[in-house]
Each structure stands twice: as structure tokens, then as C-alpha cells.
Design a protein around this ligand. Structure first.
Ligand SMILES: [Zn+2]
Length: 538
């Protein structure tokens, strides 16, 4: 039996951005779009070009290689023609494959929020979709407040959906914007929409999680016939969040209730990257992953030693609803680490490193990683540091250089105008081929000064690291109080457009930063020699 495709639409960079405390930079957006694109989603919505400088810069070029890159924006305003609407023109000019228009579908909102007639709103939907299609873009229409609007005035909500479909929208997306609708209502209303002549293969669902039902509502909509699901990584989103794609994707892939009838772009091979994707995203947000997250949480497949553990070891199916390796997670039992080992071998294989499961160096690597993780290292978000650690433990990394020492000084003083000024100065002594090179630099802060000093004179490698850019720097204090441990994550890139992440951990923030910085430079030198960097190119 051929299975029907469910299209996966990610709105982390648009709806997820509404989350309090979340403010993506262009660099963040590029990194997240890259993660999503590599993972294999069908659509990636990037934001509102024209609405703010970040999103406008982000849409200066298409940021995906495989996924359809989607711009989000309003339908044209009433009273101006499509060709005279600057907002619509901005959307048409933005790079990308598709435009997702947000349209009111609840007559109450049309009247109160837009202050226009119901017919004018329908006309705005029709003309905007037509303009997008004429401009060579795939058109989607997010029918905002669709379910509440349908309950209040089914005829008008349907008229909005029908206008979008008739004008040529590839997808009409039904939104539970307030997140209060329940699964049986979702199912009944989607069925009614399909009965009115809009085919399920052109319908999408956009559910919010205000009653904890966003995933259930998305699945209810699929049961009723929709074929696109919109959601976010780790359920990010305003208030209680959006439907969590990290929960939905493995459910569709692994549960026979769905995988017997449906397929998505995420096959079993890609699914192994799920846990890594979820954790890498949390690292980018500089927050701790949720241990109890379905499928990907550190506790999702953890069993305490004892009667469960021994039964689990005899037959994992006794206590696991799916094999943890299928989503790239670990089985955690205190007595044995079989699952962990297979996972390591997989992670190494993805980086082009082959190792036999009987190799004692592999056991050594696993114990080093576990020990370091218990100290605060997080390798899911620092692929390059993981790769270097693995290569150091399993094989050899040339000793390009060594560090004899460094010193950083921060001075707070008054300048000649009597204003407070803080000056940071760093001295680094490195040794290349037996020769000591000492460099001094001033910087905007101690880490910047250290970076400038380290890279001021790198001897024979100087030209090689000229295009190394530190794109981002994230600091997290791990256990509060005076005993605090600091973790620093650095994102680097170079002129090949390759990005890599390195980590440093110490009681001292400067020391942690220096460690991550050193890994970044060594990784760059390895990459230049085709000795590393497979992950970044993946
Ligand atoms: Zn939303």
C-alpha cells in the first residue's frame, strides 16, 4: 500500500521567535535554518522580511538547500491594489520559494482588528495569493483563529479558506491560534472543511499548546485529512508554545497507527539525528534540554538499577515503547552501556571515524566523555570539540602548536574626560616548532583581547587562520553560587561557509573561553588539511 505523505513545516524562526526571552540574531537564524535543512524538513519559515532589520537581512538570500524557504507576512491591505502594497512587494522581493500569508478568518477579528468588511478581507486573501503565484512563489495561507472563527461563524471561516484555495494557494493552513480547541473539535471541523470541497492534501494544521493538546490536535487533524503539520523545535512558541515537531516526527515515523498509512521526509536514517537536533537547538538558545522531553530527553529511556533494569537488559521491549537508538537517544541503565556504545559508534561514523566496538580506546573515549559531561561539558552542541576529543583519544592529532601560557588584565580607570573606561589587555605565549611567540592585544573585553592576542601572530599558520571568524559566543553558569562552573560555547565559521561549534568548561570564564577558542583554531587547522570537518559539510 502506498503511504500518503505528511509535509512537515517548521515555524521555529517565525512563530518560535514570539517566545518570551527569545531574540534570534541573523547568525542564530542561519545556524538554526542549517540544522533544520540538514535534518530534512519540507518547509522552513524564516520570519517576516520587511518587518525588522534581522529578518530583512536573513531574507537577503535563500538560506536552505533542500527545504522550501518560506517568508511570512500579511495579506495586502484593503483599499490598495496588490501591486501598490509595499508590504506585499517586500514579500515578493524577498528570497525564497514560498510565501505564507496570515489572514483573518474570524469575522469578529476582521471587524475589530482590521476594521474592514468581510468581503474586503476575502478580496485581500484572493489578490495576495494571486500576486504570489504570479510572482512564481508557492502560496500558503494561515487562516488565523480558524477554529474559533468557525465556531462563531462557520460560513465566513469557510469562505476565507475557500478564497485562499480558489485563488491558487498550495496550502490552506487551519490555525488554532488561541490553543484552546480540543482534539474532537479539531477533527470535526477539519472534516467539515474537507466536505466543503477543500481537499485534505491542500490543508495544514497549526496548533498551539495552551491546553497541552498541540501534538494531539495536530494528529487529530491528520486523522481528519490534513497533510501538512506546522510546528517548532522543542515546541518553542509564545505562551505555552506550538506543536512540538520533535515529538510529532518520531510518533509519525515509529507508531504503527501512523506509519502504516503515512510517511514524512524523515526516514529511519534521518530520525537517528533527532536527539542531536533537539539538544543542539537548546544549546543555541543557551538553555538546558528538558530531561523529560518525549523521545529525546535524557530521562526518556532511563531506568534505575534494580528489577526493571535486569528485565530491561533481558529484553528492552519490556520497558521501552520504541528503541532509544531509533531517535538517537541512549538507554540509560546503571549496569551496562550497550546502547551508549552503539550510539558512540554511530556518532563517530557520521564524522568519518571508524572504530571497532571491541577497541579498548572506544571504552576510554566513552568514559572520558561521560566524565567530562558530568563536569559540565555538552558535546551535542559542540560537534567540533567532540570530534577533536575523539580523534585525540582514538588516533592522533598533529601537535600544531602548544600554549606556554597567557595572562589577561582588566583595568577600570577614568579617561582624560573623567569618564569610566574599562580596558582589557591579553598576553599569549605560544610555541610553534620550538620557537616561542609572544603577542599582546587590547580588546573590548577580556575574551576579545585574548582572541586578538592569540591570533595576532600564529607563525607559519597565520595565513591559514585569516578567514576564521568567531560568529557567536555563549556563556552558561551551570550550578550557581560560589562553586559555579562556567560553560562557554563558541560558534566559528570560515570563508568556505562551514560552521563549527566548540566548548570549554572551567571554574573560570576566561579559561573556559580560551579552551573553546583553542579547539576552534585546531579544528580549523585540521579542516584545512582535510583531516576533519566532515560533520560541518554534512
Ligand atoms: Zn502560531
Amino acid at each position: 500500500m502506498t503511504r500518503e505523505k505528511i509535509y512537515l513545516f517548521d515555524t521555529t524562526l517565525r512563530d518560535g521567535q514570539q517566545t518570551p526571552g527569545i531574540d534570534f540574531s541573523v547568525e542564530d537564524k542561519i545556524a538554526i535554518a542549517g540544522l533544520l535543512d540538514d535534518f530534512g524538513l519540507d518547509y522552513i519559515e524564516g520570519g517576516y522580511p520587511g518587518a525588522n532589520p534581522t529578518d530583512t537581512a536573513f531574507f537577503s538570500q535563500t538560506r536552505t538547500k533542500n527545504a522550501r524557504f518560506v517568508a511570512f507576512g500579511m495579506t495586502k491591505r484593503a483599499g490598495v491594489s496588490a501591486s501598490n502594497d509595499p508590504g506585499l512587494a517586500g514579500l515578493l522581493q524577498a528570497s525564497g520559494d514560498a510565501i505564507c500569508f496570515v489572514a483573518k478568518s474570524w469575522d469578529y477579528h476582521v471587524e475589530v482588528a482590521l476594521g474592514i468588511s468581510n468581503d474586503e478581507n476575502l478580496d485581500c486573501i484572493t489578490e495576495s495569493v494571486r500576486a504570489a503565484v504570479a510572482g512564481g512563489k508557492e502560496a500558503l495561507v494561515d487562516c488565523e483563529h480558524f477554529f474559533d472563527g468557525y465556531k462563531a461563524n462557520p460560513g465566513y471561516a469557510l469562505a476565507c479558506a475557500r478564497a485562499a484555495y480558489a485563488a491558487g494557494a498550495r496550502w490552506v493552513v487551519l490555525c488554532d491560534t488561541n490553543g484552546g480547541t480540543q482534539p474532537p473539535e479539531i477533527r470535526a471541523i477539519v472534516e467539515a472543511v474537507i466536505a466543503e470541497g477543500i481537499p485534505g492534501e491542500c490543508l495544514g494544521i497549526h496548533a498551539h499548546n495552551d491546553t497541552g493538546q498541540a501534538v494531539a490536535n495536530s494528529l487529530a487533524a491528520v486523522e481528519a485529512g490534513v497533510r501538512q503539520i506546522q510546528g517548532t523545535l522543542n515546541g518553542l512558541g509564545e505562551r505555552c508554545g506550538n506543536a512540538d515537531l520533535i515529538t510529532l516526527i518520531p510518533t509519525l515515523a515509529l507508531k504503527s497507527a501512523y506509519n502504516s498509512r503515512f510517511e514524512t521526509a524523515i526516514d529511519s536514517e534521518k530520525l537517528i539525528g533527532l536527539t542531536g537536533l533537539s539538544h543542539a537547538f537548546d544549546e543555541l538558545l543557551n538553555r538546558s534540554p528538558d530531561h523529560q522531553a518525549p523521545y529525546v530527553g535524557a530521562s526518556a529511556f532511563a531506568t534505575k538499577a534494580g528489577i526493571h533494569a535486569s528485565a530491561l537488559l533481558k529484553d528492552p521491549r519490556t520497558y521501552e515503547h520504541v528503541p532509544p537508538e531509533s531517535v538517537g537517544n541512549f538507554r540509560k541503565v546503571m549496569v551496562s552501556d550497550q546502547g551508549g556504545k552503539a550510539n558512540f559508534i554511530n556518532a563517530l561514523k557520521r564524522r568519518g571515524i571508524t572504530v571497532s566496538k571491541d577497541d579498548p580506546k572506544l571504552d576510554r573515549l566513552i568514559s572520558i566523555v561521560k566524565e567530562r559531561e558530568s563536569f559540565g561539558y555538552a558535546y551535542e552542541g559542540a560537534d567540533a570539540s567532540f570530534e577533536l576529543l575523539a580523534r585525540r583519544t582514538l588516533g592522533t592529532i598533529p601537535e600544531f602548536f602548544s600554549i606556554d601560557g597567557f595572562r589577561v588584565m582588566v583595568e577600570r580607570r577614568f579617561d582624560s574626560h573623567g569618564r569610566v573606561k574599562t580596558v582589557s589587555e591579553a598576553v599569549v605565549r605560544l610555541i610553534i616548532d620550538g620557537t616561542t611567540i609572544m603577542s599582546v592585544a587590547e580588546g573590548d573585553g577580556p575574551v576579545n583581547a585574548l582572541d586578538l592576542a592569540l591570533r595576532r601572530d600564529f607563525g607559519k599558520y597565520q595565513a591559514e587562520i585569516g578567514d576564521l571568524v568567531l560568529a557567536d559566543f555563549k556563556v552558561r553558569i551551570l550550578n550557581g553560587g560560589t562553586e559555579a562552573i562556567t560553560r562557554v560555547l563558541i560558534e566559528s565559521n570560515d570563508s568556505d561557509g562551514v560552521r563549527w561549534w566548540t566548548v570549554g568548561v572551567s571554574e573560570n570564564i576566561i579559561d573556559a573561553s580560551f579552551e573553546a577558542l583553542m579547539d576552534s583554531v585546531v579544528y580549523k587547522l585540521m579542516k584545512n588539511r582535510q583531516m576533519a570537518g566532515k560533520i560541518a559539510a554534512e
